[in-house]
Design a protein around this ligand. Structure first.
Ligand SMILES: NC(=O)c1ccc[n+]([C@@H]2O[C@H](COP(=O)([O-])OP(=O)(O)OC[C@H]3O[C@@H](n4cnc5c(N)ncnc54)[C@H](O)[C@@H]3O)[C@@H](O)[C@H]2O)c1
Length: 317
């Protein structure tokens, strides 16, 4: 694990006038990202299902004295037409998109695996799959559309950034949150499935995994957490991790970098705990021989090299 400390100069100097599409910007982490992007002078188009709160964000920002621009598009991320419209609106406004942030998600309090949901009567009804539809299917839609629009940017080493928001539930056991945990593991899967291919085209895909963050999502466990004096993040801390991912590859000089960020910043996971960001994927990969076994790791490497070589195809027809 490696502590990554955001370089504010890099953030403010690179985000000005960049076009950013974000999902779930009406409150919590997403709102903080919108506010920080706005201060940095970015052009933000965000989608959300909560029109009232979204309008409050717009109103609060239009009264602040910054150069950034912000637009809201009603968008349920589990709907492909909604997301298409979000991206098309952004592209029509500015004829380019530089950064895409897949942030929106839900956590439902009714776990379909809880004993109360497993009675002979309850089992007759299919459980809601809203967490999978929103948190995983929705993120796959964002990733696909985002990748498409970022690839339109002129061919260069860095065409754009796709930042996915997963969770501590993306890599740890989470009792009582079965569908949420499955969906958030899936978000890391989206990154691992796409990052190598995208990096070859200059699009960098990274993931942020927040631990306990003080938003409405954690209302149910908040008090006990504080009673135990456990560390937590403010929404602004997670927003900073998202901005680290959005700017790490944009520095024009090696002296101006986020401290601790190893470049190219691609396929990384920033875990955010106690207000700080830590990169965890590099060590997970480099320690593979220890947890998978040296021989297994060596032979796996050969298989991976074959699968990733040019011309290899999964098409079985
Ligand atoms: N708060 C935490 O402790 C915590 C921990 C780990 C991960 N996360 C992740 O951080 C991200 C932000 O969460 P948050 O804590 O700010 O939550 P939040 O509930 O405060 O904000 C989520 C936003 O997403 C929007 N949204 C919900 N469903 C949507 C849909 N179908 N389409 C579009 N927008 C939708 C909501 O209206 C809201 O504005 C999520 O991906 C969440 O899973 C949060």
């Amino acid at each position: 694990m490696s502590l990554v400390i955001p370089n504010q100069t890099l953030i403010t100097s690179t985000l000005k006038d960049l076009v950013v599409v974000l999902t779930g910007g009406a409150q919590g982490v997403g709102r903080s990202v919108v506010e920080q992007l706005h201060v940095a002078g970015a052009k933000v188009i965000f989608g959300d299902v909560d029109d009232n709160l979204a309008q409050q964000v717009i109103s609060s920002l239009t009264t602040t004295n910054t150069t950034g621009k912000v637009h809201f598009v009603h968008c349920d991320i589990s709907s492909y037409p909604d997301q298409l419209s979000l991206f098309q609106t952004a592209y029509n406004y500015y004829q380019r998109i530089d950064i895409v942030i897949a942030n929106a998600a839900v956590s439902l309090s009714r776990d379909p695996f809880a004993p109360a949901s497993l009675t002979d009567e309850a089992i007759l009804t299919a459980p809601t799959m809203a967490e999978v539809d929103i948190n995983l299917k929705g993120v796959l839609y964002t990733a696909r559309l985002g990748y498409h629009y970022l690839r339109k940017n002129s061919e260069s080493e860095h065409r754009g950034d796709l930042v996915l928001v997963s969770s501590i539930a993306g890599f740890k056991e989470c009792e009582g949150l079965v569908s949420y945990t499955a969906s958030k593991h899936g978000v890391i899967g989206v990154m691992r499935g796409l990052a190598l291919q995208a990096a070859k085209e200059g699009v960098k895909v990274n993931t942020v995994c927040p631990w306990m963050t003080r938003t409405r999502m954690v209302k149910g466990i908040e008090q006990g957490w504080y009673d135990l004096n456990l560390p937590s993040n403010g929404p602004a801390d997670v927003a900073q991790a998202i901005l680290i991912c959005s700017t790490a590859n944009r520095s024009s000089s090696s002296s101006q970098q986020h401290q601790g960020a190893v470049l190219p910043f691609s396929g990384k996971i920033l875990w955010v705990g106690g207000g700080k960001s830590y990169e965890i994927e590099d060590r997970l990969q480099s320690l593979e021989p220890e947890w998978l076994g040296y021989e297994n790791s060596e032979i796996l490497k050969r298989g991976q090299e074959y699968l990733h070589s040019a011309g290899t195809s999964w098409d079985n027809k």
